[in-house]
Design a protein around this ligand. Structure first.
Ligand SMILES: [Cu+2]
Length: 439
C-alpha cells in the first residue's frame, strides 16, 4: 500500500509539475512523472495541495496550447474489492472508480473520452457549470459515444469545489458496475482556511451475489457489498494525519442509498458540497453527516491523536456479503440441530443464538467457508482483537510525529498508559448498579 501511495502522490505531483510549465505544449505523462520527484520535494512551489484519492489515483494531463488535456477510457476492468473477491466491473483507465481529475478554477480543460465498452456511453460532469452541449446527457445534449469512438469535451472551469463524473447513458447499468470518478477543482486564489491534508472518496453499493463475478444492476436495496472507492474494510486506506493538522475529506455518493458518515474523535465542520464551498457563516459542527444519493459533503477537522473509526452508520453498510430475510436465530435454542442438518449439509454450523459476533471467529478459523468469490460478513483484526466490520468502514490514524506529507499507514496507535478501557471484574454481580425491571 505504501508504494501505491507513493505512486499516487507522484502522479498528483506530476500533474502539478505540468501545470507549472504551461509553455511546454505537449508534456508527456512520462515527463510529468519524472518531474514529479523534484516537485514532491519542493512542495512550496505547488499551486495547490493535491487531493489523496483513497485506494485510487489522479489522472495526469498534457498541456496543449494553454489547455489541460485529460484522456479517459471507458472500459471493462477486473476489480478486486478485497483479497478473496474480484469482479468484472466497468470503469475508466483500468480502475473503478476512475482516476480523479484535478484542476484549478479558471483552467480551460479538454477531456477526451474513448469508449472501449461494447455499448455506447457518455460522461456527465456532475455539478459543473458549463455549456449545455458539454453536459453529457446522451440524446439530450449530444449523440451517444459509440463503441470505439472518442469524443472531446472542452470547457472553462468557472467554479471550485468537489464534483464528480459518471455516464449519462444506460446509467442504471453503467453506474451499477462501477463507472464513476471525482472531479476536484481547486480555488484560483488558494483556500480561505489553509488545508494540510485533503482526501476524497466515492461511496457505492454492489449486487455481487455470493459465488458470482458480475455486479447485478437490478438490485435496489439489498446489496452485497458497500464500498469507499470500490474497496471494503479492511482494505480501504486509512485517512492519515499528523496531530493538529487541518484535514478535509470530500465524501461523494453515487450509490443507491443515503449514507450517514460518522467520524469518531472529533466534531468536524461541514464546509461544502457539490454546490461549492460554503461561506464560513454556514459551516456547522457535526459528527454524522448524511451524504445523500448524488450528493457530496466536504468535512474538515483538526486531527486528534489516536485510531478513530470512520464509517457509514447504517449497520448493514458496515458488513460484507450477508443474507437478508432469513429466520431470526437470536434466542433460539439450536442444540442438536447441527447433527441433523449436517446429514444434508456437511460442515453446517448452527449459530446466532447469542448474537452474531461468533461469525468472525468461525470464518477466521476456516469453518463454514462461503461460496467462492464471497467475503465474510465480518472481518478485520485490530490490536485488541476482531473488529467485526466490513463494507464502508475505515480509520482515521493520527500521530504526533508524522512527517508532513507522509501518507503511509503508521500502524496501530500506541495509546498512553492508563487511557485504554480495561477489565476490573469478571463477576456479573459486581458492584451495586441501579437496574429497572428485569425479566
Ligand atoms: Cu451507508
Amino acid at each position: 500500500m505504501t508504494s501505491r501511495r507513493e505512486f499516487l502522490s507522484y502522479t498528483g505531483a506530476g500533474a502539478l509539475a505540468a501545470s507549472l510549465a504551461p509553455t511546454k505544449t505537449a508534456m508527456s505523462v512520462e515527463t510529468s512523472l519524472a518531474n514529479a520527484a523534484s516537485a514532491s520535494q519542493s512542495k512550496s512551489n505547488q499551486p495547490y495541495l493535491p487531493c489523496q484519492t483513497l485506494n485510487g489515483w489522479t489522472l495526469p494531463y498534457k498541456m496543449k496550447n494553454g489547455v489541460k488535456e485529460f484522456h479517459l477510457v471507458a472500459e471493462e476492468v477486473e476489480h478486486e474489492f478485497a483479497p478473496g473477491t474480484t469482479a468484472k466491473c466497468w470503469g475508466y483507465n483500468g480502475t473503478t472508480p476512475g482516476p480523479t481529475i484535478e484542476a484549478v478554477e479558471g483552467d480551460r480543460v479538454r477531456i477526451l473520452v474513448t469508449n472501449r465498452l461494447k455499448e455506447h456511453t457518455t460522461i456527465h460532469w456532475h455539478g459543473l457549470l458549463l455549456p449545455s452541449g458539454m453536459d453529457g446527457v446522451g440524446g439530450l445534449n449530444q449523440p451517444q459515444i459509440k463503441p470505439n469512438e472518442t469524443f472531446a469535451y472542452e470547457f472553462t472551469l468557472k467554479q471550485h469545489g468537489s464534483h464528480m463524473y459518471h455516464p449519462h447513458a444506460d446509467e442504471m447499468t453503467q453506474m451499477a458496475v462501477g463507472m464513476m470518478g471525482m472531479f476536484i477543482i481547486h480555488p484560483k486564489n488558494g483556500e480561505a482556511v489553509p488545508i494540510d491534508r485533503d482526501y476524497c472518496f466515492l461511496l457505492h453499493n454492489w449486487g455481487i451475489h455470493p459465488g458470482t463475478y458480475r455486479p447485478d444492476p437490478s438490485i435496489l436495496q439489498d446489496f452485497d457489498l458497500w464500498t469507499m472507492n470500490s474497496k471494503v474494510f479492511p482494505y480501504i486506506d486509512p485517512v492519515v494525519a499528523r496531530t493538529g493538522e487541518r484535514v478535509r475529506v470530500r465524501m461523494a455518493n453515487l450509490s443507491m442509498w443515503n449514507h450517514p458518515l460518522h467520524m469518531h474523535g472529533v466534531q468536524y465542520w461541514v464546509t461544502g458540497s457539490d454546490g461549492g464551498r460554503w461561506p464560513q457563516s454556514r459551516w456547522r459542527n457535526d459528527t454524522t453527516e448524511i451524504v445523500a444519493v448524488g450528493q457530496i459533503r466536504d468535512i474538515e477537522f483538526i486531527a486528534v491523536p489516536g485510531d478513530w473509526a470512520f464509517h457509514c452508520h447504517m449497520a448493514h453498510h458496515t458488513m460484507n456479503a450477508m443474507g437478508h430475510e432469513i429466520p431470526n436465530t437470536l434466542g433460539v435454542d439450536q442444540s442438536g440441530i447441527d447433527k441433523e442438518i449436517q446429514k444434508m449439509l456437511p460442515g453446517f454450523m448452527a449459530m446466532g443464538e447469542h448474537g452474531m459476533a461468533e461469525h468472525q471467529e468461525h470464518t477466521d478459523m476456516g469453518h463454514h467457508p462461503g461460496p467462492r468469490n464471497t467475503l465474510a460478513m465480518m472481518t478485520g483484526k485490530g490490536p485488541y482483537g476482531n473488529i467485526e466490520m466490513g463494507g464502508m468502514f475505515t480509520t482515521v490514524k493520527v500521530r504526533d510525529n508524522l512527517a508532513k506529507g507522509d501518507y503511509s499507514d503508521p500502524g496501530w496507535y500506541n495509546a498512553p498508559v492508563g487511557t485504554v478501557a480495561a477489565r476490573i471484574s469478571n463477576n456479573p454481580d459486581f458492584g451495586n448498579p441501579i437496574r429497572r425491571k428485569i425479566t
